[in-house]
Design a protein. Structure first.
Length: 231
């Protein structure tokens, strides 16, 4: 099998949707601090990702990501963050678009460059797809290295994006399965950053998934909240 054919097969095996809503729980570890909470995630594939986090049923934080901006507020300290989307680069250590973030949350591969430039290696119990921008004269982002791991059934099990020179990037692992429209949707997602301003580990466990139903993404920064800079 060629690398291009396998990438196409992975894309075709994934869930297709216009709108998606998920319930689950999320944990975030940074340094010695770990926080866990319930979460609702809503996505409009073409325009936005919305996240609401609650603790013991009480909403404590909310975020909205669009094609060009990142908005976030939390109630405990009555503070908010307003940045352009490129600021996520400093936080996670990789250049990520709205489409890339949606791919991470839904278990789809992030194609870093020309698919014909990917190489395929059989590792015995899984396959590795590898891309290095230094081998691609038309690469949009120089210095980017991509790895995608797929099991024998063609299911995405992990992917990573790194900037080789800066030694920064992210690795995302997937496990478990929730059946949605006869497709296998990842039940658990593990996102680990390397380098960047503050290395973090984010774990998401989905409880339920609904697609192509009407969704709302209410977002309004409460009056009196103080703007802060986290990274």
């Amino acid at each position: 099998m060629r690398a291009e054919s396998l990438l196409t097969a992975i894309e075709n095996s994934g869930l297709t949707y216009q709108r998606l809503e998920a319930d689950g729980k999320v944990s975030c570890r940074s340094g010695g601090d770990t926080r866990c909470a319930s979460a609702k995630i809503r996505m409009d594939r073409d325009s936005a990702i919305w996240l609401s986090v609650s603790f013991i049923g009480v909403p404590v934080a909310r975020a909205l990501v669009t094609k060009d901006s990142l908005l976030f507020y939390e109630r405990l300290n009555r503070s908010y963050v307003k940045r352009d989307l490129k600021s996520i680069t400093a936080f996670l250590g990789a250049d990520l678009s709205l489409e890339d973030l949606a791919a991470i949350f839904t278990g789809k591969p992030i194609i870093a460059g020309d698919t014909s430039r990917y190489t395929l290696r059989d590792e015995g119990w899984q396959y590795q797809l590898a891309y290095d921008s230094k081998d691609d004269p038309n690469a949009a982002l120089k210095g980017l290295v991509s790895r995608i791991w797929v099991d024998a059934n063609g299911t995405l099990v992990a992917q990573s994006l790194y900037k080789a020179a800066a030694r920064s990037g992210i690795r995302v692992g997937y496990s478990g399965c929730i059946r949605v429209k006869d497709k296998c949707f990842p039940k658990r997602i593990h996102i680990r950053s390397a380098g960047g301003a503050k290395p973090i580990l984010i774990e998401i466990e989905y409880k339920s998934i609904r697609v192509d139903q009407p969704i709302r993404m209410p977002f309004h920064i409460p009056k009196g909240y103080k703007r802060i800079v986290l990274w």
